[in-house]
Design a protein around this ligand. Structure first.
Ligand SMILES: Cc1cc2nc3c(=O)[nH]c(=O)nc-3n(C[C@H](O)[C@H](O)[C@H](O)COP(=O)(O)OP(=O)(O)OC[C@H]3O[C@@H](n4cnc5c(N)ncnc54)[C@H](O)[C@@H]3O)c2cc1C
Length: 395
């Protein structure tokens, strides 16, 4: 006889663990299946997140889950210009996801969820309890590497691997290395735009300490390993790579629907990462929490329609921001290196100071739109970006 659960969550990363935590809190039987041998490992994340965002996920990272809490500046480079924002107001930290995800796993298990590592979900099929039963009497059979499991509800939190089965268009290849190098400043995040080298994205440095950090690149149709090598060589001084990660990132925005029948899709698997930066700790984490809450409410009240609260709420928080980010992405993808240089050289110190003071890390499209608005002349905007830039400005 297959083990039975009220809810099976496939994927034991941030969104799956948070959904399990919320669902288990009401006494439902919940299991999280994680195909890797350890929660949080292998880490494929820069770990950059705002403290405000993390607070909204209902967890304060333990001191050993924070790799760096002294980020003060963000330096933005174009091929031949740069400017620096003061990032202190944004209160961003760098998380060690290996430790942080385990912290959430501990919360989830303490409240009643079961977590099974090295247990991979292979397939899902739906069965009815009786021959002529309606769909409310149906249940799922989940085939896993540990045999069959059954459940009434299923949550897909399997990350990008699940999403790209439907659509590969929104994928960019990334490489991110853990690097030791004297050119990594503990206080400064670096972002470098270069249309030729990283089309559609950028290179980044996320410091985890003095002289060490996560250095990465992503871009459309690039060889990420080669691009990253030449980015680091461009720094002109020696470095050592102590860990290499290659992972796709998703930049096309969310799926249209997150609830299908008795199942929900959350996090990266639902496309809940920001189209500008592919950051997803906050937006995917909120997806997990909303899904867990909505599902338990729906089970408690025996009303399947309540599952849709998750979808509605996530879109009510993020839709407008994600729509703006998608337009920004379209605009940025059309800028050549000369235009990028021009934007960086035109932005005024007053504008930089203002953005430093008022910018919001989790909802950054307004700051980005302001930079474009103030630096791209109306003439360029009209000829190159027609509708897109006007829609952004009028948002
Ligand atoms: C290089 C890189 C850097 C990033 N940097 C940042 C950053 O600085 N800040 C930020 O906010 N976000 C960042 N992100 C994005 C962030 O990591 C993700 O958005 C976030 O981890 C999504 O969480 P998730 O739970 O939805 O999915 P994931 O973290 O992708 O987790 C999916 C889980 O499902 C498991 N799984 C997959 N298939 C199965 C299966 N069949 N059975 C069981 N388990 C399965 C996987 O092993 C994995 O543990 C970065 C991403 C990348 C790739």
């Amino acid at each position: 006889m297959a083990d039975y659960y009220d809810i099976i969550v496939a994927g034991g990363s941030i969104s799956g663990l948070l959904a399990a935590r919320e669902a288990a809190a009401t006494g439902l039987s919940v299991v999280v299946l994680e195909e890797d041998t350890e929660i949080g490992t292998p880490e494929h994340c820069g770990g950059l997140v705002s403290i405000n965002g993390i607070k909204n996920l209902g967890i304060m990272p333990s001191s050993n889950a924070i790799e760096n809490n002294s980020i003060k500046y963000a330096k933005i480079f174009s091929p031949s210009k740069s400017f620096e924002l003061n990032a202190e107001k944004q209160k961003v930290v760098v998380l060690d996801r290996r430790t942080f995800d385990k912290q959430i796993a501990f919360q989830a298990q303490k409240i009643g969820a079961e977590i099974r590592t090295k247990c991979s979900m292979h397939s899902i099929s739906k069965r009815n309890n009786t021959d002529n039963s309606n769909s409310d009497n149906s249940y799922y059979i989940i085939k896993t590497s540990e045999g069959l499991l059954t459940c009434n509800y299923f949550i897909d939190a399997r990350g990008i691997g699940s999403l790209i089965k439907h659509n590969r268009q929104g994928l960019l290849q990334s490489a991110q290395y853990e690097v030791y190098a004297s050119w990594i400043d503990r206080n400064t995040i670096e972002i470098s735009f270069d249309r030729e080298r990283y089309p559609g994205f950028f290179a980044w440095i996320i410091p985890t300490g003095s002289g060490k950090g996560k250095v990465g690149v992503a871009g459309r149709s690039i060889n990420a390993a080669n691009s990253l090598k030449s980015y680091m060589e461009g720094k002109g001084e020696k470095y050592s790579v102590v860990r290499k990660v290659y992972a796709p990132i998703w930049i096309m925005g969310p799926l249209e629907h997150f609830v299908i029948d008795r199942s929900m899709v959350i996090g990266d698997a639902a496309g809940q990462t920001k189209p500008t930066t592919a950051g997803g700790i906050y937006t995917c984490g909120i997806g997990g929490i909303l899904a867990g809450k909505a599902l338990t409410k729906s089970i408690e009240k025996n009303d399947r329609n309540l599952m849709y609260y998750y979808e509605r709420k996530w879109f009510s928080i993020f839709k407008s921001e994600f729509d703006k980010m998608l337009i920004l992405r379209k605009v940025l993808e059309r800028l050549d290196n000369r235009a990028i240089d021009k934007i960086l050289s035109t932005i005024s110190q007053g504008e930089i100071d203002d953005i430093s003071k008022t910018g919001d890390f989790d909802f950054h499209s307004t700051a980005l739109s302001r930079i474009l608005h103030s630096t791209i002349s109306l003439k360029i905007a009209k000829t190159i970006f027609d509708n897109e830039i006007r829609r952004l400005i009028n948002f």
